[in-house]
Design a protein around this ligand. Sequence first.
Ligand code: SF4
Length: 219
Amino acid sequence: MMLLKNSRKAILQLLELIMMTILYEVHDNIYVNMTNRCTCSCTFCVRGKQDSVGDADSLWLEHEPTVEEVVQEFSKIDMNRYNEVVFCGFGEPTERIDDLLKVAALIKSKYNKKIRINTNGQGSLSNGRNIVPEMAGIINSISVSLNTPNEEKYEEIVRSKFGKGAFKAMIEFTKEAKKYLKDVTMTTVSTTISKEDEIKCQQLCDKLGVHYRIRTYQE
Ligand code: SF4
């Protein structure tokens, strides 16, 4: 009986592994899902409302895939179909910055695709070092979630484990990105802030010399 129970558990674990979504499509891009960890708990986070985005069934990971597992997934798809590789997923991709950069470098040299990271901008704070220079030459563009131009509101919205310092760290991260990467964008989610705040976000982005984009809820 115990043997049957253990076998059933092993089969279920195997099925979960097979069904785990590491790569998924959004529009013409291929997205990479390497972690479910995040330093924030944003009030609007899609993870609280649904299990996936794009063409994925679920983006909850049974385990964090190794570099080899991620690269293996790329070999199963036709990369000619995609414009860009985007590290995003159901978590904060810079939580695995070392592995992310290993995957990105391999993918870039093999498929010669543009590579973007979608981030909450707290990666340097979380990793305890300035991670941006490490991206130079590998990452083409970065999209940082600004969310609001207001530091106090930011704390309320993103509920970062770093509390008060998170907003300043995110701005500092963006300034660093501007030094090392060609294409830097800050985003807010449409419908989550007022038109007045969107104007302030535009002004902040102008000051930082980065693009500003108002994105839809599920992007
Ligand atoms: S930073 Fe992104 S993944 Fe993390 S809680 Fe906020 S919306 Fe969700």
